[in-house]
Design a protein around this ligand. Structure first.
Ligand code: GZL
Ligand code: ZN
Length: 324
């Protein structure tokens, strides 16, 4: 692996250890000599994604890391091209959030051959060769889906009769969509009343959620619950439900994932019923890992982000100082 000069390594280690100390902080790395990080970002599809990008940019500035962040508009070929560009630029380290799980082995092998370490963040890659990346920093999406299902089981515990569930799924092939679906299905499998009657890809966007929900309501006017894989899809579904004269959060219960400001506001106001957090603020942890990898320190293969879930009262409590 190419290492920055030892002087820089010492500065970085100093920075990382001192950043908790403050007054005796090592001299900050300047933009000229900071570690060069190439980051390929999925896109700008949701509030979560925008907060994630901002967190990475802010943390790079604070850590003196020279960041080249490219947004791929949700296209895998754009991410692959960006990673190849980082390789030709000979950056010190590459990080990315893979839009879908599969199809990364070739370009990751090229980074490995170029001796450039890779950190996977947010979404997971599905590869048999785990030597192709150094660590994975992100949420446990299966646990997020499970939390949604467990809330539903609890909420309908004393209810007898079919509960018809519509799923507005995330981007087909993405780790959050695959794993939220699996976690949710596993959590409700022992309650025959809870049935997912329809599922469709809403692309993690508000427009997608609204279109998919409008289509669902034409086929199934008797839907009782919506499980949307993120807030933006859920907020789109709210609009489609109101368009047919029904009350979101009352006539049709809605569970979403992310816990963005707009999602928590809709929850506090009763249009959503339960929101699971998916923490986008990965920037500081990413820069800490970048510092360790580029100074040859060992890091865990998997770093899971802490996150919780919100009901209406919890949403009201956190909203005043919610960062995103
Ligand atoms: C989850 C992230 C998902 C968010 C969506 O970590 O990949 O992508 O849940 C975002 O809001 O579009
Ligand atoms: Zn800032």
């Amino acid at each position: 692996m190419r290492r920055p000069p030892t002087f820089l390594a010492l500065v970085l280690v100093g920075l990382l250890t001192a950043c908790g100390g403050g007054e005796d902080a090592a001299p900050r790395t300047t933009p000229e000599n900071g570690v060069r990080l190439g980051f390929s970002q999925v896109g700008a599809e949701s509030a979560w994604r925008l907060a994630n990008t901002q967190s990475i940019e802010h943390a790079a500035t604070n850590a003196g890391v020279r960041l080249d962040l490219r947004v791929a508009d949700g296209k895998q070929e754009n991410q692959t091209a960006a990673i190849r560009d980082f390789i030709s630029q000979k950056v010190d380290i590459i990080a990315f959030s893979p839009v879908v799980e599969s199809g990364w082995d070739k370009v990751l092998q090229e980074a490995k051959d170029a001796d450039i370490p890779v950190i996977v963040t947010d979404r997971m890659v599905d590869t048999t060769d785990t030597s192709l990346f150094t660590t994975m920093l992100g949420s446990d999406f299966t646990a997020e889906g499970r939390k949604a299902g467990e809330w539903l089981v609890e909420h309908y515990r004393d209810f007898n009769g079919a509960v018809r569930i519509a799923e507005i799924a995330g981007t087909t092939g993405s780790a959050p969509a695959n794993q939220r679906r699996a976690g949710f299905a596993d959590a409700i499998k022992d309650d025959p009343d809870l049935q997912v009657i329809v599922s469709r890809d809403g692309g993690f966007t508000r427009a997608g959620g609204e279109q998919v929900m409008a289509g669902f309501l034409q086929q199934h006017p008797d839907i009782d619950v919506v499980f949307a894989h993120n807030d933006d899809e859920g907020l789109g579904a709210v609009k489609a439900i109101e368009a047919v004269g029904k009350r979101p959060g009352q006539d049709i219960k809605i569970i979403t994932v992310d816990a963005s400001r707009d999602g928590l506001t809709a929850l506090a106001e009763g249009r959503l019923n339960y929101v699971i957090e998916c923490n986008p603020l990965l920037g500081p942890q990413l820069m800490e890992l970048v510092g360790k990898v580029t100074t040859g320190q060992t890091i865990p293969r998997r770093v899971v982000v802490d996150e919780t879930a919100f009901d209406r009262e919890a949403a009201k409590a956190v909203l005043p100082n919610r960062q995103y």
